[in-house]
Ligand binder design. Sequence first.
Ligand code: KG4
Ligand code: ZN
Length: 335
Amino acid sequence: MDKLILGIESSCDETAAAVVKNGNEVLSNVINSQIDLHKIYGGVVPEIASRKHIENISPVVDEALEKAGVTFDDIDAIAVTYGPGLVGALLVGVSYAKALSYALNKPLVPVHHIRGHITANYIAHPDIKPPYVCLVASGGHSHIVKVNDYSDFEVIARTRDDAAGEAFDKIARVLGLGYPGGPLIDKLAKEGNPHAVEFPRVKMSEDSLDFSFSGVKTAVINYLHKAEQKGEEVNKADIAASFQQAVCEALCTHTLSAALDANVKTVALAGGVASNSSLRALMTEECAKHGISVIYPPPILCTDNGAMIAAAGYFGYLKGDFAEHDLNAIPSLQL
Ligand code: KG4
Ligand code: ZN
């Protein structure tokens, strides 16, 4: 029997809801992004995000049902992101989902935001089956995860400091490009030389695949300061391309090592940074040398959305992984 899951996401600056059938057929995917509101501050302002989620959540959920051509009666369960993320933002989605679950007497499925990002790959590639290795790189996270089964995840590596997306956003800011920085650097880098400046690639130690992006970030900032002091013009496209190359090389080499160690034949990309054109190209090229194929969701399913939460919720639903109505938001929920 078909199962329809309503997915709700509000962990950062997107209020999103979606209806997904059987874990991979997206009937609707409504995303209300607050990017324009936060742009003027150069990043997400948590208090503003929470307030906007409160305004948006009800119309976004209603629109998701309408676009899917269903009513609350047709929904089998409500899945919601309960962490990690901004606590005030998460609480809006969690409270709304709990109220719906209680009023409709339908199961509530708690979803880990990062597991949601990984699960977006099943929507884009319904045939893919675990085990595989997934690189999750977003504004808040950079993890290499071994996916053993649909709900069995093993963290192989993580960032010791900044997330990859955070580094993209900071460098875009110092280059005066705007927010969010990832797509802007991606675009500008196409006009630059990725080997114009060799920014550092950090390897933590021989036995660790952990990432560190604060070094490359500082190197770019120092480079720009020095040029400014000397009154030298910098070619922003070259800097964007060289910075992007350094980050993407680190993401690729560590992920490839993890895939070889785990002896898997597929690498998946997930999270906002998975939209990066250079990362996709480099990872595909490097993995192909070892017979490993690389998959990723379309950009709309890489950044935060409700469909990935509904898809992850489907697997939780099948396992009977339900939450009570005392479910709380957990801002630093571990994988
Ligand atoms: O997954 P996401 O929407 O939110 C979090 O869970 O954090 O990811 C947003 C992040 C931002 O840092 C944004 O700059 C980055 O993803 N991003 C990109 C690209 N598109 C979005 N980074 C690099 N290249 C892109 N094309
Ligand atoms: Zn995210």
